[in-house]
Write a protein that binds this ligand. Structure first.
Ligand code: PGA
Ligand code: ZN
Length: 424
């Protein structure tokens, strides 16, 4: 039974405050969870409550959310069996009482929801992935390493937000991690040799001032080859365009030019022909549904089209996308929706509808590794947690190493199978 719930304000990887929650059970178990925070957030995400008091952290303090945990959310679940996750999440949602979790804050609610799950797992003496996923949780996800950062995550001129290395040809997660790290270091050397800066963006990738987005893909291909791998079969490429960020009044502004959605779609078709790209996220803006449909018709059989700002891990927005035939993959961010149960509902709906899922960190992260366990729990097959460098990114990858070791012979690395259906 839940005996007490505590919360505090801690710092995230960008040096901004965020919420950490601790749950104490009557058997003595204590577990904590920390909440991440985005920069290129979708308009339809659950509400992140910040104090707005300019005298602390430039208004970004989270003491109101911390108080909401201590004064309201915690007391509302005291005495409840910690393994009753759905009931607890229901209570949290009802205690908040708003549609988008804006009163107590989705950051407060998520912290409690995840800390409860971790405490229940600990109390049952199970690893989190096993507790949430049951006996069939065994698939290690392909890591999508964001090695070039642009958009809102870096102060360079690159419009696209994330350039991924996807080591689909590795035979284990540990091998995929090694391939990614080796290629990351080669990429640094290549950028340096070409006279570009090798400072890092928010997700640990390099943030060079490249003249075009295609140049980013060229550098990835070069680095993969120079590291001794084959682009495509060993290590494939991916993009998170985060197109909402450069969409205004019906116009996309990319590479210093104005594009219609149709022109941008043709551009993506050309990229997929020219590069071994297996996944493109948020290729178009979050409310450009008709253009998304046309893009899916043009490219959906060949490549994974991921909805992030488009779906915001929200079962209702995902259901609309499924009905319309928009995108074919769901990006899963626990803080976009705010409870574990709703996150699992979104994943279930995606998988039942033939959509793939990719678990995701946020650009503002902490040392919390919950998403690594969740990705294995649901056999997602894909996770993005930034570059294979910087501790808040690597913490998730390191946790996946531990899970792979713990699963032993039962572990299966998703590899190419994670993307196979798009190769028709
Ligand atoms: P964010 O970016 O965490 O800044 O929203 C991540 C993403 O767009 O996938
Ligand atoms: Zn995204």
């Amino acid at each position: 039974l839940i005996e007490a719930v505590n919360a505090r304000e801690i710092l995230d990887s960008r040096g901004n405050p965020t919420v950490e929650v601790e749950v104490l059970l009557d058997d003595g178990v204590v577990q904590r969870a920390a909440v991440p925070s985005g920069a290129s957030t979708g308009a339809f995400e659950a509400y992140e409550l910040r104090d707005g008091d300019k005298s602390r952290y430039g208004g970004k303090g989270v003491l109101k959310a911390v108080d909401a945990v201590i004064d309201e959310l915690g007391p509302a679940i005291e005495g409840v069996d910690a393994s009753e996750q759905r009931i607890i999440d229901e209570i949290l949602i009802e205690t908040d009482g708003t549609e988008n979790k804006s009163r107590t804050g989705a950051n407060a609610i998520l912290g409690v929801s995840l800390a409860v799950a971790k405490a229940a797992a600990d109390s049952a003496d199970l690893p989190l992935f096993r507790y949430v996923g049951g006996p069939n949780a065994h698939v290690l996800p392909v890591p999508l390493f964001n090695v070039i950062n642009g958009g809102e995550h870096a102060d360079n001129g690159i419009d696209m937000q994330e350039f991924f290395l996807a080591p689909i040809g590795a035979s284990t997660f540990a091998e995929a991690l090694r391939w990614g790290a080796e290629t990351y270091h080669v990429l640094k050397g290549e950028l340096k040799a070409a006279g570009f800066a090798t400072g890092l963006g928010d997700e640990g990738g390099f943030a060079p001032d490249l003249p075009s987005n295609r140049e980013g893909l060229d550098f990835l291909v070069k680095a993969i080859e120079k590291a001794g791998f084959t682009p495509g079969s060993d290590i494939a490429l991916g993009l998170d365009v985060a197109a909402t960020e450069f969409f205004n009044d019906g116009v996309y502004r990319l590479d210093n030019k104005d594009w219609t959605a149709a022109e941008l779609t043709d551009y993506y078709v050309g990229l997929v022909d020219a590069y071994p790209i297996v996944t493109i996220e948020d290729a178009l803006a979050e409310d450009d549904w008709d253009s998304w449909k046309a893009l899916t018709d043009a490219l959906g059989a060949k490549v994974q089209l991921v909805g992030d700002d488009l779906f915001v891990t929200n079962p209702e927005r995902l259901a609309r996308g499924i009905d319309l035939g928009v995108a074919n993959s769901l990006l899963v961010k626990v803080n976009q929706i705010g409870t574990l149960s709703e996150t699992l509902d979104a994943v279930d709906l995606a998988h039942r509808s033939g959509y793939t899922t990719m678990f995701s960190h946020r650009s503002g992260e902490t040392e919390d590794t919950t998403i690594a366990d969740l990705a294995v729990a649901v056999n997602s097959g894909q996770i993005k947690s930034g570059a294979p460098a910087r501790s808040e990114r690597v913490a998730k990858y390191n946790q996946l190493l531990r899970i792979e070791e713990e699963l032993g012979d039962a572990a299966e690395f998703a590899g190419r199978s994670a993307f196979r259906r798009f190769k028709g």
